[in-house]
Design a binder for this molecule. Structure first.
Ligand code: FES
Ligand code: FES
Length: 175
């Protein structure tokens, strides 16, 4: 349902967020990132650039990684959203989270939620055989080597330069 005065229009939407049904009222101009952080209090997804350039806001939207700062919340009505808060199974970290810990894939950790969600998406994409821009033979299952990992994770910037550990972590999680 859409409601509002002359300047602000709000809409009621329903999202499944980290497995829970959430009903929320959003400004129709609000991004999914702002809805997650400001309305639902899920501050794991970070706002780095707010322009789709850094990947800090990456979440899994209907199973695929997406920049939450570029997605209008109202347009996601009925969608399934997984944020970094939903990657672990209770106290048990996901394989990607475990690998980031083991391989020192972070320093300040600001980019880490986005890196973790993106890496989770990368593993799914590779498992489905989806090629990247550097895949030489698009007809065969792409190997998740370092070149593939760097290309597929290239939308996620790290100001601390923790890339060596991040690549090692994705490689480990892919095994
Ligand atoms: S905050 Fe979304 S890409 Fe930078
Ligand atoms: S660990 Fe600091 S920005 Fe990536």
């Amino acid at each position: 349902m859409v409601s509002g005065g002359a300047s602000v229009v709000r809409a009621n939407i329903v999202l499944t967020v980290n497995g829970s049904l959430r009903r929320l009222t959003v400004d129709t101009r609000a991004s999914l990132l702002d809805a997650l952080r400001e309305t639902l209090g899920l501050t794991g997804a970070k706002k780095g650039c707010d322009h789709g350039q850094c990947g800090a806001c990456t979440v899994l939207l209907d199973g695929r990684r997406a920049n939450a700062c570029l997605a209008l919340a109202v347009a996601q009505d009925g969608s399934d959203v997984v944020t970094v808060e939903g990657l672990a199974d209770g106290e048990r970290l996901s394989p990607v989270q475990e690998a980031f810990l083991a391989q020192d894939g972070y320093q300040c950790g600001y980019c880490t939620p986005g890196q973790l969600c993106s890496a989770t998406g990368v593993l799914r994409e590779a498992a489905r055989g989806w090629p990247s821009a550097v895949t030489e033979d698009v007809a065969s299952e792409p190997p998740l080597d370092d070149a593939e990992i760097r290309e597929r994770m290239s939308g996620n910037l790290c100001r601390c330069g923790a890339y060596q550990g991040i690549v090692a972590a994705v490689r480990e999680a892919a095994r």
